[in-house]
Design a protein. Sequence first.
Length: 255
Amino acid sequence: MRKPMMAGNWKMNKTIHEAVALAQAIHEAVAAYDHVDRIVCPPVLALSSVQTALTASPVALGAQNMHWAESGAYTGEISPTMLKGVVEYVIIGHSERRQYFAESDETVNKKIHAALAHGLIPIVCVGESLAQNQAGATQSFVRGQVQAGLAGLTGDQVQALIIAYEPIWAIGTGLAATAEQAGQICGEVVRATVHELYGSSVAERTRILYGGSTTEKNIAEIMGQPAIDGALIGGASLKVESYSVMVRITHELYG
C-alpha cells in the first residue's frame, strides 16, 4: 500500500525566523499523524535553520528547486551537493519554474537524474495550462511531460520518486479540478504512462500527488480517489490550522 503524503510548498514566503516558527508549530500539530508522510519545503535561506528546528521530528524537509550540476558558474543556483544532508526531498519542474524561469522537460530530466544520484527524492511536477485543458490536450501534454521527465531512469529510480500532477490553471487561482478529474488524470494518464514505460509493479509503487488549490475543505474528496496518494499544497501549507487538518483527515482515512 502506498503511504499518503502531504507536502507543503511554501514558495517565496516566510523569513528565516518566520519559517522556523511555522515549522515548529506544524511539528506540534501533526507529529502524531504517522499514517502520513509530512513534508515542508521552505525557501532555501531557511532550510538550515528549519532543519535544526525539526531535529528528531517526523516532519521531513524538502527544497523547492535545485540545479543539476554539482558546482560551477551558475550564479544564484543551489546544487544537489549543497542540499544533501540538509533535505530529503526536492521539488523539480514546478509550473512556476517552467513559466517564469524557462525550465524545460530537458532541464527537468537532468535535475531528476542529479537529485537521485545524490540521494535526494524528487517531487516531479507535471500539468497543463488552461488553454491546453480547454483544447482537450491535457492527456497528451501530461503524458509527454511524464515521458520526458522520466527518460533514462530505471524502474527502481522511478518508484523511488514522487510525481505531482498540478494543472497550472488551478494553482493559486482558487480553482481546482474536481476530485474525479484529478483522479482520472493521476490514474489514467500519469500512472498509466508509468505503467506503459515500466510495467505494473513500478506503476503500483509510484506515488502520485495532486496539487492545485487543495485545502482542508476538499482534501477528503481528493484523497478518496484511489489513484491519488497525497497532495502538493501551496497556500494552505502556510497556515498551521489548514495544513494540520489536511494531515489529520488523511491520517484518519488511512488509519
